[in-house]
Design a binder for this molecule. Structure first.
Ligand SMILES: Cc1ncc(COP(=O)(O)O)c(C=O)c1O
Length: 366
């Protein structure tokens, strides 16, 4: 039995993050401000979009995108059945209702054919989720949404730095949303960002995150011409995130190495399916695999101090979104067989060897 726990994932902070936070403390301006603007500009330049707006979380990013596009009570939004529940909860936060559809079995992203047949008179938007850094099928989704005059919002919470068809994720559709929560490539504990090329959406997002004001004010005799709330992202958080951004390319290449190590170590193991690595520039947040004997693997990992994460339950099985199983065959199947293997920034090829050895030994004995 191994002595060291191989952890699933954890954030990593260093001197640059500490120095950045210290500088903000010394400036005595901890609120959403210049450091937040610098972070927004850096992300916009990196992914290649006109505007970025930082907010409190990925959930808020999705909800505010919907609101900025005029979607709310009485409207319906199409959401994939297999995603983190935040995607659907964000729709409810905006006051709209959720229509769940099944996913594609190979990339685990929303199935455009299912979207097409689910569009009804109340449908106003589609949220595509770039599950684990895999881009949804935007070649089909963009024209489909255009044809039916639907907004397309990309939940790219798990996809910062990943590409689909040569373009950074988060730049498709009307708005792309990122998360900076603890298990993401760039983390500030919590936080989110919306990327858009639409100046009207950009202005509306600024108003929504700051009490109806586009560009701040005195806090006293300000005009608040429209409704807005408080979803500000502080200089303190932005200082951490800016330092994290400096490590992004190094982290991306480590993730790509990690996926290659697992592919090599698990080659010729017929009981597991590793989704193909055939999209150039694609970056998986975590290494995932499918296995019919997932329960046996979970027991073996626990005995050997290896942390993993099973996939989410389909949303239609969660109480707020409960529906019969009919129509969700892929999401049910992938949810039952999928798991995320240890994928941290510190994971070594030797760790991957140990994890893969446990997988092989466990499945060989069945
Ligand atoms: C696919 C997906 N959507 C939305 C979110 C919500 O982001 P946050 O936790 O920052 O609200 C997350 C991350 O947690 C996610 O993984």
């Amino acid at each position: 039995m191994s002595t060291k726990t191989i952890r699933w994932f954890f954030p990593q902070f260093g001197e640059n993050e500490k120095n950045g936070v210290l500088k903000v403390l010394e400036s005595n301006y901890l609120n959403d401000g210049e450091v937040t603007r610098a972070f927004e500009e850096k992300v916009a330049a990196f992914i290649g979009c006109r505007y970025c707006v930082a907010v409190t979380s990925g959930t808020a990013a999705i909800a505010l995108s919907l609101m900025a596009l005029g979607i709310g009570p009485g409207d319906e939004v199409i959401v994939p059945d297999l995603t983190f529940i935040a995607t659907a909860n964000a729709v409810r936060l905006a006051g709209a209702s959720v229509k769940l559809v099944d996913i594609e079995p190979l990339r685990f992203t929303i199935d455009p054919a299912r979207v097409d047949e689910s569009i009804g008179p109340q449908t106003k938007a589609v949220i595509a989720v770039d599950v684990n850094g895999r881009g949804a099928n935007y070649e089909a989704l963009e024209p489909l949404c255009k044809k039916h005059k639907l907004a397309l919002i990309c939940d790219s919470a798990e996809a910062l730095g990943s590409k689909y068809k040569g373009r950074y994720l988060g730049t498709y559709g009307n708005a792309g949303c990122f998360s900076f929560s603890a298990n993401k490539t760039v983390s500030s504990g919590q936080g989110g960002m919306i990327a858009t090329n639409d100046i009207d959406v950009y202005h509306r997002l600024r108003e929504l995150k700051d009490q109806g004001r586009r560009f701040g004010g005195t806090g006293g005799d300000d005009l608040h011409p429209v409704l807005g709330f408080n979803f500000k992202y502080t200089n303190l958080q932005a200082a951490v995130a800016l330092a994290q951004l400096e490590r992004l390319s190094q982290r991306i290449s480590h993730f790509q190495d990690r996926d290659r190590w697992y592919s090599k170590a698990l080659q010729g193991c017929p009981q597991v399916t590793l989704p193909p690595l055939d999209e150039p520039g694609e970056v998986r947040q975590w290494t995932d695999l499918l296995c019919q004997n997932r329960t046996e693997l979970e027991i073996a990992f626990k005995q050997n101090q290896i942390d993993i994460r099973p996939f989410w339950f389909p949303l239609h099985t969660q109480r707020p979104y409960r529906l019969p199983d009919e129509g969700f065959a892929h999401s049910i199947h992938i949810s039952q067989e999928g798991l995320w293997l240890p994928s941290s920034f510190e994971l070594t090829e030797e760790d991957v060897g140990k994890v893969s050895k446990i997988i092989r030994e466990t499945l060989f004995l069945l």
